[in-house]
Design a protein around this ligand. Structure first.
Ligand code: GGG
Length: 320
């Protein structure tokens, strides 16, 4: 029986890049694609950005391919990450041969906590004062650390700001370090602000970095800038039985509808989806096709080229 993949393009350029990844998946495997809607446009039409059937589909499909969230990101992508039972957002950022990069030696993976921190949505704005409750638990920090120890048994960095946020980042850091110690995995802690500088000045020092939720979002976007742009970064929301795979970029309203969005990040997310479903050979073939196109194929304007999404898509499909 073929595996079921939920396809949720979301907003803006999501509907331009997700079909490319679906064509690529279709070329390398036997999948049943089930399409569903979510996002700003759905909210405008129906009053809800994430219809119950879309959430249910993500919760039941073998894997979900998501595009981009816009203004309703908090009501779309966070519940979808929850629906698949994910607790870690894996975000690899690497420079590709042939692509102009500020840091050509950067090859890093962020393991971002995916369920709590400042992303719990517990915010109040009242009488000229806004507050946000940040939640950090030992359980969530522990399962992320366990994942990191399996992922990088040779060791990893832990990003934090425990010198200021003593209790929240303190608990996060203490727990991750304690688990790593129990497992015999070496770790090095690094203040997240200093890490931003080190990433630019000595990118080769970092391979795997475990981060709290928001820090992982910000640092991976920084890394995207260092390797050539957000059009290159895929991600996997995993940890549970299901997985949600999405480019790191958002809906890019400035270029949406122009047919020039870079599909690489979404196709690379599809490669992560293939790995998740144990189709390692297909994943490798998709990655190598993308790398080959990035090296000498047509490029979208974000990478200095003048090709459209369709032209890059055809080149990737030709080389899969
Ligand atoms: N495809 C990822 C996406 O839609 N990003 C927009 C966004 O606001 N993301 C926040 C996050 O990744 O936590």
């Amino acid at each position: 029986m073929s595996e079921e993949i939920a396809v949720i393009p979301g907003d803006g350029i999501g509907s331009e890049v997700v079909p490319v990844a679906v064509d690529v998946l279709d070329a390398v495997g036997d999948f049943e694609f089930v399409h569903a809607d979510a996002g700003d446009a759905v909210a405008a039409e129906t009053g809800t950005p994430l219809p119950a059937e879309t959430r249910a589909l993500a919760a039941s499909a073998d894997a979900t391919l998501f595009g981009a969230a816009g203004e309703t990101a908090a009501d779309v992508v966070l519940p979808l990450r929850d629906a698949v039972g994910s607790f870690v957002n894996v975000r690899p950022a690497r420079a590709y041969p042939g692509v102009d990069a500020l840091c050509p030696e950067l090859d890093i993976v962020f393991l971002r906590e995916n369920t709590e921190g400042v992303y719990t949505g517990d915010e109040v704005r009242e009488d000229g004062r806004a507050t946000l409750t940040r939640v950090v638990t030992e359980d969530a920090s522990r399962r992320l650390a366990e994942y990191a120890c399996d992922y990088a048994p040779e060791g990893f960095h832990v990003a934090h700001k425990a010198n200021v946020m003593r209790e929240t980042d303190g608990l996060f850091l203490d727990t991750v370090e304690a688990v790593a110690r129990e497992r015999g995995v070496p770790t090095e802690s690094v203040l997240m602000d200093a890490l931003a500088t080190h990433l630019c000045l000595s990118p080769g020092e970092f391979e795997v970095v475990v981060t709290p939720n928001l820090a992982g979002d910000v640092l991976s976007d920084l890394a995207a800038g260092l390797v050539g742009g957000l059009g290159l970064l895929p991600s996997a929301n995993i940890g549970g039985e299901r997985g949600l795979f999405e480019p790191v970029h958002g809906s890019a309203p400035d270029i949406a509808g122009e047919g020039i969005a870079n599909p690489a990040a979404t196709v690379l997310s599809a490669a992560m989806l293939l790995d998740f479903l144990d189709h390692g050979d297909a994943a490798a073939s998709v990655r190598s096709a993308v790398e080959s196109v990035l090296a000498d194929g047509p490029r979208t304007p974000d990478l200095g080229g003048d090709a459209g999404t369709d032209e890059v898509a055809d080149a990737i499909l030709d080389r899969v």
